[in-house]
Design a binder for this molecule. Structure first.
Ligand SMILES: Cc1ncc(C[n+]2csc(CCOP(=O)(O)OP(=O)(O)O)c2C)c(N)n1
Length: 307
């Protein structure tokens, strides 16, 4: 499907449940940016504004026993899985009720079979190890690893792909290709393509341009089943956009580029065509987040020593 075609899709498959989850992630990230400006975030934070639909779409394929390994831009990955804005907001602001007692902050979250790491490419190597243990024990679970296209600059991505291809590991490697790594566009940092590199290891690959979770699910479901049934790794490359800065106030893109990003943003497109249903859902989510913010920010500092 061409990028232009994907961009004109009318979000036919977007249920209220998906829309609410996407809006909640967006609202959470907007809150993080505000708190960041007020100096109330502990450490740093990278928002996934623009990419909210990806974990919402994929969550339908992730079972309780599966592992999800997230990266530095991981709030949406966590929220799509656990719908726990309270625990995460407390975590990034270091308040009581934090999911990791306030030790992990934005980038280092652990809950059940969910891990995130701020070290680029650490997740794919750890994920390959976990997937190998699933295979060795003849378990049906899979490992989902999120990485950005810029992380293909690290050598252990290739060691992990080789290992996954060679041993037939039940892994889904989700590449969130937002076209820019910090301030380096893909064209300035990558020779060849992600598809070419993945095929070099004999690994199944699918490129996704839609931003509609319903459409995405239809496109991936068959390949996803093979990961478990045939123990085959799969790489899903999402062509997406980082709508906000890399972290905060560090965007080097031109005004023209940023305008194009805003035009492609699912939120702006939905808002323009979503009518009352969209407005009502957005207001509900916004109110919920405001109440949560007041509650969490009124709490004492997290007791991280008790974790
Ligand atoms: C080993 C390592 N080197 C450098 C960094 C600093 N760093 C954090 S994010 C980032 C760019 C990541 O780009 P990409 O993988 O495309 O993900 P995106 O930020 O676009 O989501 C860099 C260089 C890091 N976290 N880890």
């Amino acid at each position: 499907m061409s990028k232009a075609m994907a961009e004109t899709l009318p979000f036919a498959g977007l249920s209220d449940e998906d829309l609410e989850a996407m809006l909640m992630i967006r609202e959470f990230e907007m809150t993080v940016l505000e708190l960041f400006s007020e100096g109330l975030i502990k450490g740093t934070a990278h928002t996934c504004i623009g990419q909210e639909y990806i974990p919402v779409a994929l969550n339908a394929f992730i079972g309780e026993e599966d592992y999800v390994i997230s990266n530095h831009r991981g709030h949406g990955h966590y929220l799509a899985r656990y719908n726990d804005a309270e625990g995460l907001l407390a975590e990034v602001t270091g308040r009581r009720g934090a999911v990791c007692g306030g030790i992990g902050g934005s980038q280092h979250i652990r809950r059940g079979r969910f891990l995130s790491t701020g070290i680029q490419a650490e997740g794919i190597a750890v994920g390959a190890g976990i997937a190998w243990s699933y295979k060795y024990r003849k378990q049906e679970q899979a490992v989902f690893v999120y990485i950005g296209e810029g992380t293909f600059g690290r050598g252990c991505v290739y060691e992990s792909l080789n290992f996954a291809g060679l041993w037939g590991l039940p892994m889904v490697i989700v590449v969130e290709n937002n076209g820019i790594a910090l301030s380096t566009p893909q064209s300035g940092g990558m020779s060849g393509s992600i598809e070419g590199r993945v095929h070099g290891f004999g690994i199944d690959y699918l490129r996704l341009e839609s931003r509609d979770p319903g459409v995405i699910r239809l496109q991936v479901q068959e390949r996803m089943a093979r990961v478990r049934q045939e123990h085959k790794p799969l790489v899903l490359e999402f062509i997406t956009d980082r709508v906000a800065s890399h972290s905060k106030s560090d965007d080097t893109r031109s005004e023209e580029e940023l305008r194009a990003v805003q035009q492609r943003y699912w939120y702006n497109r939905m808002k323009a065509s979503g009518g009352n249903r969209f407005m009502e859902l957005e207001q509900t989510v916004r109110n919920r987040m405001q109440v949560l913010r007041q509650d969490v920010m009124g709490r004492e500092e997290a007791e991280w020593r008790n974790v």
